[in-house]
Design a protein around this ligand. Structure first.
Ligand SMILES: NC(=O)c1ccc[n+]([C@@H]2O[C@H](COP(=O)([O-])OP(=O)(O)OC[C@H]3O[C@@H](n4cnc5c(N)ncnc54)[C@H](O)[C@@H]3O)[C@@H](O)[C@H]2O)c1
Length: 377
């Protein structure tokens, strides 16, 4: 039975922010081999990175289109591609690989327009391809425990959600003009900076753990002299009638990557912090507060099995990504071997989740641009 597959990487040069993390995460379970890539827009960097990653020179491509066509034509071509380039490139690159019959894993936000996302989803369905989108944080083991506990009714009916994703990387740029980073350029980032870059992580995370969809949103943005939003406050109404607040910011002093989610139910509450990702705070209404640890013996077998390192040894971002890739790669291997993936195998964010992210960005920007009116998702 074939237990290994091959993949290619778009972006992911050694100096990129996230692409290299994908490679490390895929490598974690050693079931997929990097054999092809178009790692950088810079030709010299592309070649040097291919060499560094040990990819045969004839499979280091100067252009993603050439890569999709040539890999599709090879008998030993790649089984999937991971797209880790800036936002504005995602649609064209994903489309090209799907058209060539290659499974796609794409970074978020998936693309710019709802109809682009719908086109990609349709294409993947028609060609029976896996189409995943890497919203990182639900890959953490304890986040899956959080989801399980909410499903089991441990906090009762969800009545309020409060979440924040805070960074301070742009605090020194309040009132400054836009710099050269692509995230500040609407042509490359899209209609939003912060709603798209970190707000979408909140949107998917809350939907993943609670199963609730945002019904409508009321947002206010601060641009502080920039073309796009860098500080966003949001009021939400969910499809079960519950309300919530999200705050996404790049100007929150002292916060490096402060992603916190609090879910309140009528029987208790759950709280998770990205910077201590192995722990979950559980407040049952009729008992003392509990701190639940990843991998602990008191967890269900399903939850305990998600743990990758011994308890007390912190896991991190690479493993959160690796957990998504474990499921994606298992799904691909099973499909290749004619087996049916299980629901557990299929537990990774998909193109449909990417589409919901685009709807979220569009609604949030529309609300903020129209004087903070309520906008239906
Ligand atoms: N899931 C997460 O937690 C997470 C974290 C950070 C970034 N991201 C997403 O990842 C994407 C990339 O962000 P980043 O911060 O790594 O950007 P980056 O600018 O650090 O790196 C992008 C890389 O892509 C390369 N590139 C650009 N266009 C290319 C093309 N046409 N062909 C080949 N290579 C190309 C660049 O040369 C660069 O090496 C964005 O969509 C961002 O939203 C996701």
């Amino acid at each position: 039975m074939n237990r290994k597959i091959k993949y290619g990487l778009i972006g992911g040069s050694t100096e990129s922010s996230i692409g290299r993390k994908h490679k490390n995460a895929i490598n974690f379970d050693e079931r997929a081999e990097l054999v092809a890539g178009c790692f950088s827009r810079n030709g010299d960097t592309n070649k040097a990175v291919g060499d560094y990653y040990n990819v045969e020179p004839d499979r280091v491509y100067g252009d993603y289109r050439e890569m999709a066509e040539k890999e599709a034509a090879r008998k030993d071509g790649i089984d999937f591609v991971s797209i880790t380039t800036p936002n504005f490139t995602h649609f064209e690159i994903a489309r090209e690989f799907l058209l060539n019959g290659i499974n796609v894993v794409c970074e978020k936000p998936l693309c710019f327009e709802v109809d682009q996302a719908e086109e990609l989803i349709k294409l993947a369905k028609e060609k029976d391809l896996v189409f995943a989108v890497t919203y990182t944080y639900p890959g953490y083991a304890v986040v899956k425990v959080m989801k399980e506990m909410i499903e089991e009714g441990k906090i009762g009916k969800v009545i309020n959600v409060d979440a924040e994703y805070l960074q301070d990387s742009m605090l020194d740029q309040i009132g400054a003009t836009d710099g050269s980073i692509w995230r500040e350029d609407p042509k490359q980032a899209g209609i939003s900076h912060v709603f798209g870059d970190i707000g979408t992580h909140i949107e998917y995370f809350v939907r993943y753990v609670t199963g609730l969809h945002i019904k409508k949103i009321c947002a206010i943005s601060d641009k502080f002299g920039h073309k796009l939003d860098i500080n966003d406050n949001m009021l939400l109404e969910f499809d079960n009638g519950a309300h919530g607040t999200y705050w996404a910011s790049k100007v929150a002093a002292g916060y490096l990557n402060g992603f916190t989610v609090r879910i309140f139910g009528d029987k208790g509450a759950l709280e998770w912090h990205q910077q201590t990702p192995d722990y979950l705070k559980y407040t049952p209404v009729d008992a003392p507060i509990q701190i639940i640890s990843r991998g602990a013996e008191y967890l269900t077998e399903k939850s305990a099995n998600l743990s990758r390192l011994p308890v007390g040894h912190p896991e991190g971002l690479t493993i959160a990504f690796a957990n998504h890739y474990r499921n994606i790669i298992t799904t691909l291997i099973k499909k290749k071997n004619g087996e049916k993936p299980t629901a557990a195998d299929l537990d990774f964010p998909t193109g449909e989740d990417g589409l919901e992210g685009i709807r979220f960005i569009n609604a949030a920007v529309k609300s903020a641009d129209s004087g903070s009116t309520w906008v239906e998702m």
